[in-house]
Design a binder for this molecule. Structure first.
Ligand code: ADP
Length: 480
């Protein structure tokens, strides 16, 4: 479907990452996918992100549209242009963003001035939202995660001029904490330093600032929206979220079905013609040096505590014993990298591990794997289980956040109703995970049932269109 001819409204989306320009996680996928999906339902979205060192070369082909002298220690400009079909604005503030390393950290760890760096992004976002740029004036400012959390706050405290604001939480574990002494430096009003506004455990949190000042709060799955009101998941912000009540909602992420479709892989397949999948499986086994009689599970993930990677050492030996195999792609915590490498050494030929970040390999893994493991302790939405659904690579997931919203467990009832799409386990511990893997072995052995589950999974509507319609309805409610 082409972009809608009628423009219903304009949105300035503010974030620290956007695919295909810069990505460290799922946030970037969402920020990069929303503009095209929203255009189809009449919402004109532009994305503001920092001009990190790696992005400065893009500026040459863009137009200067904004000047911001004296932006937290230096002069800044904003450049605008279309990159990969997305209308992007890059905040060029060399004193804050022209540095070697990732968006948040350099060789020595996190940048010491991250609070200021992203306050600067948020400051410019609020100014552009209020004043418009080159005749383009947004109706809504949409802030993503803590890095943009101060944008709704600056709007609220300095005058919103009719611009509505939305704060989306992609991961509440990152809260953008700063000491109370940073208040003035971050251009925040002293009189708002109290528990119902900016104060957060004796300091400040840019995410909290966004949560209390935005007109609407969203998170990336309905289940995570509910979880965030509980201490186990809210990570200190549960009271703040609960207090926003009906202003909080959950909208599931979609995936780009042009990029993530088994029909677009080198050896294509579909729910109707699955043959290509076994070819992909054979190629994947060869690539990882594996020979697996039972289900070949894949895992594509940041290797962190959040993702439940530490559970693997306890559950994989039995899974291998029962005929399973495992291919892992990921990087992160050195102790967890070492743990998966130990499994590879111990189960050579049945467990394969690649440490690193490799988008192309991840595609080959979804195309060739039988199942994808996502044993997260918390998961705001999760993307790899959704790729798994689209590829008939049966998701085995813990019952948290968006994982519980997107996968239907192969319980006897769901099997007889013909709706099962994967395996869902709880609680998030080795016992339940091991049982889920035994379940996987059993399902895989029943070829008819296995094929049925794969097909159910591949039939799920996981494209961005459904999510975009929900965001559009939210914007419309805020602006009508
Ligand atoms: P999170 O944002 O918490 O890391 P998500 O599941 O929401 O988790 O998104 C992770 C995204 O990053 C997915 O698109 C996943 O495929 C991708 N990804 C994670 N690790 C790797 C890796 N090592 N190589 C390639 N892609 C990866």
């Amino acid at each position: 479907m082409a972009a809608s001819s009628e423009i219903r409204g304009r949105v300035l989306s503010v974030a620290s990452e956007c695919v295909p320009l810069i990505k460290t996680g799922g946030l970037a996928d969402v920020v990069g996918a929303l503009p095209a999906a929203l255009a189809k339902v009449g919402w004109d979205m532009r994305v503001l992100i920092p001009a990190y060192k790696a992005l400065r070369s893009k500026i040459d082909k863009m137009d200067e549209v904004w000047r911001e002298p004296g932006l937290f220690g230096g002069d800044a400009k904003v450049f605008s242009g279309t990159v990969a079909g997305i209308q992007v604005m890059l905040l060029d503030a060399p004193h804050l963003f022209d540095r070697e390393g990732g968006p948040y950290s350099g060789p020595g760890g996190d940048w010491f001035d991250n609070a200021r760096r992203f306050a600067a992004l948020s400051w410019v976002a609020a100014r552009i939202a209020r004043e418009g740029v080159e005749g383009w004036k947004p109706d809504v400012l949409h802030a993503h995660d803590w890095q943009a959390g101060l944008a709704p706050a600056y709007l609220e405290y300095n005058g919103a001029d009719g611009v509505a604001s939305v704060m989306t939480v992609h991961n509440i574990a990152f809260q953008g904490w700063a000491p109370a002494s940073a208040l003035t430096d971050l251009r925040l009003p002293f009189e708002q330093y109290h528990p119902a506004a900016l104060e957060y455990y004796g300091g400040l949190s840019s995410l909290k600032a966004g949560l209390v000042t935005a007109d609407a709060v969203t998170t990336v799955s309905p289940n995570y929206a509910r979880e965030l009101m509980r201490p186990e998941f809210g990570m200190g912000l549960e009271g703040v979220i609960a207090a926003r009540g009906a202003a909080v909602s959950g909208i599931l992420n979609g995936i780009d079905s042009e990029v993530w479709s088994p029909e677009h892989e080198p050896v294509p397949y579909s729910a109707k013609a699955m043959k290509g999948k076994s070819e992909n499986r054979a190629a994947l086994c060869a690539e990882f040096g594996l020979n697996v009689p039972g289900p070949l599970a894949i895992l594509v993930s940041r290797l962190t505590d959040q993702k439940g990677i530490d559970l693997l050492e306890a559950v994989v030996p039995d899974f291998i014993d029962a005929g399973g195999g495992l291919a892992v792609l990921g990087s992160g915590d050195p102790a967890l990298e070492a743990a998966v490498k130990r499994l590879q050494t111990r189960f050579d030929g049945r467990v394969g591990v690649k440490i690193g970040y490799d988008e192309a390999l991840s595609h080959r893994m979804f195309a060739g794997g039988d199942a994808v493991l996502v044993p997260s302790r918390f998961e705001p939405c999760g993307l790899t289980q959704i790729y798994g659904l689209a590829y008939g690579t049966v998701p085995v997931v813990s019952a948290v956040g968006g994982l519980a919203d997107t996968v239907i467990d192969a319980s006897p009832a769901a099997i007889s109703a013909g709706v099962a799409t994967g395996i869902v386990f709880q609680p998030v511990d080795a016992l339940a995970f091991a049982q889920a893997l035994r379940g996987l072995i059993g399902l895989y052995a029943d070829k008819k049932l296995w094929t049925q589950i794969q097909k159910n999974a591949m039939k799920q509507d996981v494209d961005w269109a459904a999510s975009a319609a929900k965001y559009a309805a939210l914007y419309e409610g805020l602006t009508k």
